[in-house]
Design a protein around this ligand. Structure first.
Ligand code: NAI
Length: 248
């Protein structure tokens, strides 16, 4: 494997688990120094310490504007700048609109969409100071092709996709901004879907052309590609990494 991110300084939110953790690992394997941010401070610290190039960590709730600014400034100080950002912190809540409380709706929008906005906002001054800077936001296949019961989550992720395009336009040519739409990925977020047969119908994998769950490492590979200079002419793009869920 090459060192596509050699010398790069990358901030990853949601780095204590799932896709964020896989991105932090692969980015460090590719030569980056990584700042692992998460509301789970212990998880973020453990992950940062375990990386092939030891990383930095910050406990932060991405919905807290002051906390986010503090964490990004501290990450920039620890890494000596920031030239990559991956917004992976997120939550899911599903259910019919008639049963969705306003608190749940607000929480999902707040973490997934406003959190992505706040972290990007706090990172931009640091990214502007770097050359070849890049942001990758994690939306979802639910942004491209929502299913029943996903009103808050799909709206939040559709927002992340549009936010990514708006920022790509605004921050060009200095900072590239792209968006990944994962399919069904085997992470703790989906632990509840891995039911025993007696607990209900399984996830309908026939919606996915590849007919299987994705691995967090498969999402990390696409994110590292977009962070790297291999993607130097790509901005404002949405890449579905979803086993073919959204093309048929
Ligand atoms: P995960 O649940 O394994 O990890 C999410 C991480 O985000 C956790 O470490 C959690 O502590 C952190 N987090 C949550 N709220 C936070 C907050 N307010 N402040 C700071 N950190 C916070 O989930 P996974 O699967 O790794 O998801 C990562 C991203 O990918 C999310 O944005 C999710 O919506 C998205 N995604 C996941 C898919 C999947 O099938 N797992 C499919 C499509 C999108």
């Amino acid at each position: 494997m090459g060192m596509r991110l050699e010398g790069r300084r990358i901030v990853v939110t949601g780095a204590a688990s799932g896709i964020g953790a896989a991105v932090a690992r692969l980015a460090a394997l590719e030569g980056a120094r990584v700042a692992c941010l998460d509301r789970d401070g212990q998880g973020a610290a453990a992950l940062a310490a375990s990386l092939p190039i030891p990383g930095h960590s910050e406990q932060v709730d991405v919905t807290d504007p002051e906390g986010v600014k503090r964490a990004l400034d501290a990450a920039a100080k620890a890494l000596g700048g920031i030239d990559g950002l991956v917004n992976s912190a997120g939550i899911v809540a599903l259910g019919p609109i008639t049963e969705m409380s306003i608190d749940t709706w607000r929480k999902v929008i707040d973490v997934n969409l406003t959190g992505t906005f706040l972290v990007s906002q706090a990172a931009v001054p640091h990214l502007h100071a770097a050359s070849e800077a890049s942001i990758v936001n994690i939306a979802s296949a639910q942004a491209l092709m929502p299913i029943a019961g996903s009103s808050a989550y799909a709206a939040s992720k559709g927002g992340v996709q549009s936010l990514s395009k708006a920022l790509a336009a605004e921050l060009a040519p200095d900072i590239r901004v792209n968006c990944i739409c994962p399919g069904l990925i085997d992470t703790p977020m989906n632990a509840g879907l891995k039911k025993a047969p007696e607990d209900g119908p399984p996830v309908p994998l026939d919606r996915y052309a590849l007919r299987r769950w994705g691995k967090p490492e498969e999402i990390a590979a696409s994110i590292v590609y977009l962070l790297s200079n291999d993607a130097s002419y790509i901005t404002g793009a949405t890449l579905a990494v979803d086993g073919g869920r959204t093309f048929h």
